[in-house]
Ligand binder design. Structure first.
Ligand code: UDP
Ligand code: MG
Length: 319
């Protein structure tokens, strides 16, 4: 059996996860120990918990875990910056310390046993391995429906995205280095990672229910996330508006010709209703177009400001 000595960092963003951390750390410890004993990864491998500005005992638990076992490291962000930024903070920290990183949610919804397959695929030469949910049976009908619509819409808009892949994936060191060159502030990692390229593969897994606690992705956050994904990766909405605008222009030319002809024939009437209809229709269309243009301008604005995506408060890690 081949022995490997690659350092693996499992990056776990945590926001108010005090209820699940003990169980998650226990299961990760078991998994890491087996991998280390089987010589699939180095014994310098770590589990890096990223505390995304939690308001509960999450950071205290991470500190306790770190005190009790070298396997556990912790990174504490100065405030809540959202899942994607917390994940990036962890990955960028792992970039300098590890050969391989695996990102995973804290709530045990992602099947930990898949980690073996991730590592095998890496040893077969993959730089990125995507975890894909083979079914969404455990999700609510609403979540399943909206997620399905989201992926369809993304594909329609020409965005390169993998169906039913969340943020459970393996990334090699050099792919992480490539990722660090993406400077955008509006982070939609699963879209950006696809842009990196390199050899990649997919591993399927069953997604289970949250171990404990509630989802940290309420509908509002989910919609904002989807909207971010679309506007960060596709300019098709704005093109659609241009096309609609052009068609409306053609129709209006025809209308003007028609109106002039009617006028010459002496058929004109006080067309109040048609006038009102067109004013309302066009105003609506213009406002919609302005809204979408504004969305892109908003994006340019945040990109130009180039604020730091996260600020690290503390970093504890035993080498
Ligand atoms: N999370 C985070 N910051 C946030 C919201 C969520 O770090 O502002 C973490 C959370 O602790 C979890 C992961 O992101 O590890 C995914 O969140 P959750 O499981 O609540 O989302 P769902 O699975 O319901 O979509
Ligand atoms: Mg979850």
């Amino acid at each position: 059996m081949t022995e490997y000595n690659d350092i693996l960092y499992i990056v776990v963003p945590c926001y108010n996860e005090e209820e699940v951390l003990h169980e998650t750390s226990k299961r990760l410890k078991e998994k890491m120990t087996t991998l280390i004993n089987d010589r699939k990864i180095s014994d310098k491998s770590r589990v890096l918990f990223v505390d995304d500005g939690s308001k509960d005992r999450t950071w205290e638990i991470i500190e306790e875990l770190h005190e009790g076992d070298d396997l556990f490291s912790g990174l504490k962000l100065s405030r809540n910056k959202g899942h994607q930024n917390a994940l990036l903070a962890g990955l960028m920290t792992a970039k300098d310390l590890a050969d391989i990183s695996i990102s995973m949610d804290a709530d045990l919804q992602d099947d930990i046993n898949v980690v073996d397959k991730f590592v095998d695929k890496y040893h077969e030469g993959c730089d990125i391995v995507y975890g894909v949910r083979s079914s969404r049976k455990k999700d609510t009908v609403f979540k399943r429906g909206t997620a399905g619509m989201f992926y369809k819409l993304m594909r329609l808009l020409g965005v390169d995205i993998i169906d039913n892949h969340a943020d459970y994936r393996l990334i090699s060191k050099r792919a992480l280095e490539a990722l660090s060159q993406f400077k955008e502030v509006n982070l939609f990692l699963r879209g950006i990672v696809k842009q990196i390229g390199f050899k990649s593969d997919i591993v399927y897994y069953e997604r289970s229910e949250r171990f404990a606690g509630e989802s940290k992705y309420p509908l509002k956050k989910m919609l904002a996330f989807a909207f971010d994904g679309i506007t960060s990766f596709s300019v098709k909405p704005i093109r659609l508006v241009t096309v609609v605008g052009f068609l409306v222009f053609l129709v209006s030319v025809a209308m003007i010709i028609y109106a002039i002809v009617q006028n010459c024939l002496g058929n004109t009437e006080a067309g109040w209703s048609s006038l009102m209809c067109s004013i309302w229709f066009l105003s609506g269309l213009q406002i919609m177009a302005l809204g979408i243009v504004g969305e892109y301008i908003g994006k340019i604005y945040t990109e130009v400001k180039a604020r730091p995506k996260y600020i690290i408060d503390k970093f504890i890690n035993k080498q």
